[in-house]
Design a protein around this ligand. Sequence first.
Ligand SMILES: [Zn+2]
Length: 190
Amino acid sequence: MRTPVLFAGVYTLLSLAYTMLSWGRATANPAIVPSVEGLLVVHMVVHSTVGGLVALPSGRFKLALGAALAATLIDVDHVGQFLGLPLVDRASHSLGFMIAGGLAMVALVRWRYFKLEVPPLLAGALVVAVVLAHISVDSALPEAHMPFWMPVSSEPVAIRSSLSLVYATVGGLLVWGATLAEQRARRKRA
Ligand SMILES: [Zn+2]
């Protein structure tokens, strides 16, 4: 259980840190108490399933489990909305988080700030893939808006639901590519 929990834990912290960077960019949100309705549980299950699926091309079950957890926990970026803080809602549902979060994960694994027995490139690709998997599910919801261009613009934009499957597929291909690259590098070293 160490790998999935570690990956998802660091992922959650990265999402939270990225959200904190948006401090002051939103007018204070009216605090909304998250409601634990049946619908929300279904939503989380779907997020986890798609998150796990995009990680499968890595051939590592533990990583798929970690990605499944992370695909739900990325939603800590709703913290501003829940606590009434001036944070951009859904800040991590963005291209900026894919890039910054992916690079941060590569660096953290590469320089062993925490011990994750995963090649750095694959860990980084997984961060991007999980965001794509999450956006894939969210975009299928009616009126899906997210600040995709954060931090360039904190304006929520509509995400095309017709491309929902494309987002998840691109995520899966990224993981697959990183896995192949890593296998090739290992063969070269041997
Ligand atoms: Zn979401």
